[in-house]
Each structure stands twice: as C-alpha cells, then as structure tokens.
Design a protein around this ligand. Structure first.
Ligand SMILES: Cc1ncc(COP(=O)(O)O)c(C=O)c1O
Length: 501
C-alpha cells in the first residue's frame, strides 16, 4: 500500500497537530498500522502482528460481511432517527432479544462515554437522586460526568479530586482486594461494603441515584466479581431508590462465551436496570447503546425534554450493528470464545505453575488476565516486568497490553476469531520471554521456594504506588499502558516465529 508519509513524518505531524494528551501505544517506538484483517494487524512494511487486545474489532478486523452491510446502506441513505426507518427498529428488536425481557427500550448513541453519560441522566431523572456509587479502579469514559465517577482517572488528579456525590466501593477482587479467595462469602462481604456506603450517604442527607460497575472490571485489573455480588448490591441500591447500571462496553457481545452479556455470569436471577454497550457493537464503527426498562425510560421522558442525537441510531450504524450480530451467530463466535478461551486459560495455568512471575490467571471466554507479581506470597505487582514483556512481545509481533491499578496485568481480549493456534503461539512466546526475564533478574532461584504459596492477606507493599509512577500513561481502546520500559533491555534472543494464518 502506498504511504502518504514516512513513519517519521507521520509521527512529526502527529506531534505538531494532535493534542499531547492523546498517547500512542509503545511510545518508545510507536506502530504505524496501515491495514488489518481478522486477528492480525499489518504495519507500513507489511509486517504482521497478532492482535491480542482489540475487543473493538470484535468479529475480526475488516470483516467483509460487516463492510458489505455498511457500504450497501451508505449507498442508499444515511440520516438521523427522526425519520422512520426499518433498520432502527429491527436492530432494537434483535439487540433487546439478547437481553432479559424487561430490558426492552434502547437509546442509540455513538461511544461508550455517551452511553454511560446518558445512563447517568436516566438514573438521576428516574427518582431525582444525584449520588453515584462506583468501584475502585473503575473507568467509565472520558467526558466530564464520567471522569468524575472513574477512580482510574480522577485518582491521578490528586487527593481532592473526588466529587462529594461520588462514593467509591471496594473492587470485588478476590485476588488482591479486601476479601480474598479464602473468605467464606466474598460476594456478601463486598456487597455489605456497598450497603455501608448507602447508609453513610443517607445519614448525610444524600440520595443514591445509581450504582455503576462493569460486569467484569477491565481497566480495573480483569476482576471477575464473585457470583451473587450483583444481586445483593442491586437489592441494597434499589431499596435506596437507585438503579443498577451494568457497563458492558468492554465485555459484552458474547466475549465471555457461554453468555451474550457478562452480567449473566452472576446468574439468571440478576437483571440490571440499565445496560450500556459500546466498543464491539459496531466492530470499529463508532456506535453504542443504552438499554433500559420501560419504567425508567418513561421516567426519563416525563421531564418533557426531547432526546435527540444527530448520529445515534442512523441507518448505517444500525445496518452495521445487525451485521455484527449476524456474524457472531453465523460464525459461532461465542462457541469459539469458550473453546479458545478455555484452551488459553489452560496454557496460562501451566505458566503459573512454571513461572515465579505469574501470580494469578483469571478470565472467562476471551477475556483473560495474567497478574504478574514479584513475589507470589506478597502478591507484589510486577509493574516494570509487565511493561518489559509488552515491549518484548511487540518485538515478536504480538500485541498485548498491561493494565490494572498497578499496570501489572497482561490483558487478553482479542477479536473473537482468535484461534487455538494463536493462543498457543502467544503463550509459547510469553513463556520464553518470562524465562529469559526471570533468568536475567535471578528471580527463578530467589522465588522458587514460594512458587505455590498462596497469601490471603493484603500487604502494605502491594498497596503502594507502582514503580516509576511519574511515567506517562497511554490509553488504547480502554487499555492503559505505561510508556517507558526500564527493566531489562537485552537484545531479543527468543527466536521470532512468523505468525501463520
Ligand atoms: C468500561 C468502559 N466504559 C466506557 C468506556 C468509554 O468508551 P469510549 O472510549 O467509547 O467513549 C470505556 C473505554 O475504554 C470503557 O473501558
């Protein structure tokens, strides 16, 4: 493909014209990607990279069926939703059919942030309450209303950055959190924390509008809430006149394999009041959605204010949304997420046995985290090591990101067409790089004795800031990664394999 600018020129122009807070992935040597197909991305030299992080290209980059649906509709018409159009209602019908019955009313918008912002408006209008309970380390979007409820972001702004209407509940993380895997009932214990917050808030004369949480925390560190937690939280929040918002922007659309929505992992007895969707919904086309109950929607409408969104729900976006649903079904991508996800988890579990750096493996379907630790007993986050591995993997043409509050968790959330062979290749390369790193840092010998020891208590060391906290943080598709690599920069010695399709 003919390039308009050399990579150096592209970078220079970007520095000149694009806001400096818009970070690039791999700041030391950014990638210039010119095309992508399936689970692969190609740079300007035609080098092929295995994409293990892109949950936006859900059914695969440049999927021909989705492209065809978009082109066909673009040739015909694109306009706003004030005109009747079959695509809008057909898509609303198809989308709500994937959800529990009471979630039947859609608002189509254009990004995850827009969806969450609108969800907050719906919640606040419903009972006239204002306050929001959010989870530790949560990220819900980049607009003002969402930075305010995203500790992942506002914590970087200093200690007084939390607004008084925002209340932060502990992340239901049974590996690093307050209640761990040895607790008899972590779901109830974490839900009790929310209840305490509600009681405290009410004592201060404040009223809860909503509890918002990702159905599985992504930026927050690949946290899978214990089963039963959401049911209990919903009970407490609803009793206080609030609603439960499930943010499925990262984890929805079959990524967990056995369910279409990640909140369904909690059990059939749990139904959120509002669900927000984004990223994978349009396979890269900017669209998103808020789905809620008739009652909440009527409450929102009661203000008399029209809700108008210029691009939301346009015929092209809806055609794309429909095509994405078709492909998920036709190509059995949920089945693939289960099969490949289980295989990936198996392979990674072997790495946990083998490597002192691997503290925990957790995930469902094609949403998997590798929690790297400097010490298995203390669970000290291996932040610099994670960053080092991300850069090394890139040398081997594998794209992964590191995230979580300590940026020590390697995140797998690839396009849903990821194969067993891709999983094997990624884990074999990771295995070799871990060995190389552990040998170079003398970790193998030091930590061998404690390899299988599990620690249940929180240590002061792990609650401290990650090393080099002043380094900049980049955010790619919701994945934050630190931009400097300061641990160990020996020339690559693991043989570089070509990725096969
Ligand atoms: C969980 C979650 N919610 C919402 C958003 C915001 O989505 P967008 O960047 O499309 O506005 C993100 C983005 O990373 C996210 O990870």
């Amino acid at each position: 493909m003919e390039e308009l600018y050399s990579k150096a020129e592209t970078l220079a122009l970007r520095r000149k014209h694009i806001g400096p807070s818009c970070k690039v992935f791999y700041a030391k040597d950014p990638l210039k990607i010119v095309r992508a197909q399936g689970q692969y991305m190609f740079d300007e030299k035609g080098e092929k990279y295995l994409d293990c992080i892109n949950n936006v290209a859900h059914v695969g980059h440049s999927h021909p069926y989705v492209i065809k649906a978009a082109t066909k509709q673009m040739e015909l018409l694109n306009t706003n939703s004030r005109f009747l159009h079959d695509n809008l209602v057909q898509y609303a019908q198809r989308l709500t059919a994937t959800l529990p019955e009471k979630l039947s009313v859609c608002y189509f918008v254009n990004s995850g942030s827009e969806a969450n912002d609108l969800a907050l408006r719906l919640a606040r209008q419903y009972r006239g309450h204002q306050d929001v309970i959010t989870l530790e380390n949560a990220y819900h979007g980049h607009v003002t209303s969402l930075i305010d409820i995203s500790p992942y972001k506002f914590n970087q702004l200093g200690k007084d950055s939390k607004k008084e209407y925002v209340h932060v509940a502990p992340s239901p993380d049974i590996y690093r959190g307050k209640y761990r895997e040895d607790h008899p009932d972590p779901a109830s214990a974490y839900a009790e924390e929310v209840k305490k917050i509600i009681e405290e808030t009410q004592k201060n004369g404040r009223k809860i509008a909503a509890f918002i949480a990702e159905s599985m925390q992504s930026c927050g560190g690949q946290v899978i809430p214990p089963v039963g937690y959401f049911q209990k939280v919903a009970e407490y929040v609803r009793a206080a006149g609030g609603v439960f918002i499930a943010d499925e922007v990262q984890v929805g659309f079959g990524r967990v394999g056995k369910h279409f929505w990640a909140f369904q992992l909690q059990g059939e007895d749990f139904v959120p009041d509002i669900v927000t969707m984004g990223k994978p919904i349009g396979n890269g086309h900017p669209m998103s959605c808020v789905v809620t109950t008739r009652e909440i929607a009527e409450g929102f409408g009661a203000s008399g204010l029209e809700y108008f969104n210029t691009f939301g729900g346009n015929p092209v976006s809806c055609a794309i949304g429909l095509a994405v649903l078709d492909v998920i079904e036709k190509e059995d991508l949920q089945g693939n997420a289960t099969r490949v996800g289980n295989y990936l988890l198996e392979l990674l579990a072997e790495q946990k046995e083998k490597h002192p750096l691997v503290g925990d493996i957790r995930g469902v379907g094609l949403f998997v985290g590798v929690d790297l630790v400097k010490d298995k007993q203390k669970r000290t986050p291996a932040t610099a090591e994670a960053l080092h591995l991300i850069y090394k993997l890139k040398e081997h043409q594998i794209l992964l990101s590191a995230d979580g509050p300590y940026r020590n968790i390697l995140k797998f959330k690839p396009p849903m067409c990821f194969t067993m062979e891709d999983a094997k290749h990624a884990v074999e390369t990771l295995d070799a790089l871990l060995t190389e790193l552990e040998e170079a840092t003398g970790m193998k010998t030091e930590n061998n004795a404690s390899t299988n020891v599990q620690c249940k208590r929180k240590t002061t060391e792990e609650s401290s800031k990650p090393e080099g906290a002043s380094e900049s943080i980049g955010h790619v598709n919701g994945a934050a990664c630190r931009q400097e690599n300061g641990i160990y920069s020996k020339k690559r010695s693991v043989p570089s394999k070509r990725i096969r399709t």
